[in-house]
Design a protein around this ligand. Sequence first.
Ligand SMILES: *Cc1c(COP(=O)(O)O)cnc(C)c1O
Length: 460
Amino acid sequence: MLNYNRTTEQWQEFDRDHHIHPFSDPDALGKQGTRVITKAEGSYIYDSEGHKILDGMAGLWCVNVGYGRKELIEAADRQIRELPYYNSFFQTAHPPQIELSRLLSEVTPQGFNHFFFAGSGSEANDTNVRLVRHYWDIKGKPEKATFISRKNAYHGSTLAATSLGGMGYMHNMGGKDGSLLPGFEHIGQPFWYLEGGEMSEDEFGLARAQELEEKILELGAENVAAFIGEPIQGAGGVIVPPSTYWPEIQRICKKYDILLIADEVICGFGRTGSWFGSQTFDIKPDIITMAKGISSGYIPISASGIHDDVFKVLNEGGNINHGYTYSGHPVASAVAIANINYIKDHGLVEKVRDETGPYLSAGLQSLVDNHPLVGEARGRGMMAAIQLVKDKDTHEVYSGDQDAAGMCKNHCFENDLIMRATDQSMIISPPLTISINEIDELLDKAKLCLDLTAKDLGVL
Ligand SMILES: *Cc1c(COP(=O)(O)O)cnc(C)c1O
């Protein structure tokens, strides 16, 4: 039986002695000690010291329906008793994965009627790479194999997903480009506030999209398989592209016969105030990556949504030699169904679009107007970033010892609010169930932590 009754110190010791954390420096973390999270309810998590902490990140952008929902818990309980596991490799299937596929065809954009399951967003993107290359091979164009993505994109942490992503520090683990596979190229990101220079937002959006055309011409369209992008870059810092960006990307993909993959792992399932970010930005992708909010993180599952036009080709191409032991896992599928029904039944997409999204956005805008450290607030729905700056006019950010975002994150930690620091932005991505009162609490705490940071920096 799992021992829930240890002291914080014991857990920290065992954690340090036996557990390697993702995206962490083991030595530094061991010295700091980890915060041990023991339970959660609604929009709050609790640590082993009894602190009640407002989870402004919904775990890791994933707990869309909030914690403790009995509908999801009961779905898992029932399914693990009924059928805890069976594969779908050898002419077998089971009700949860069949029903989930059908339900996804209802909530995803028009034309998406077929789904391939995996256990994580990374694996779903690996699936996409393999299926897209298979697709072009079936069409008699096996040379169309290179993927184009953006710098500072995040698509996961397997080898293919790391290569699709644009995080230099991930590519460089294991030496310069040590983790970057051949066949993956990157263009600039549409981050106007920090990279736009003298250009207007619209001009910059076009310019960054046109880098795709330049890259295609450089590689030869006959060698390019697909472009992948998050509708809004999440881990990169909630980067909302200028309105000119996606239309131009789509024009270029069409012109050169390049598939378009929308990585909806964060944007999907209501976060931007539509079911999918593709709808928020009027993107018509060929493939959609889904994970995180598909099960609200209660259990690992992901899916690649395949558009009818792509599926038609795959359907004529013989065996798909790809799959995971846990593709369409029954318990995970059952939880995902309960999660999607929860989002529907509680009108969470509409709530984010009409009520909480605009409310959060107005609150953040008031920080931009009134706080010396806040240069801009970006986002849509329940996905936002507060950009910290040294100079509001030049958009210069703090650097070196003056790590404003790092300081702010530490103050958040001390004040029982989870906000993540990415470069010099503070990231907010709460459960879609967050109430107006809880948003007020989030904004009050955020302001307090920004004030404390401004004091540290001597600007308040
Ligand atoms: C988190 C994330 C992934 C990777 O998902 P994992 O489940 O961590 O493998 C992929 N794409 C995007 C946009 C993400 O935010």
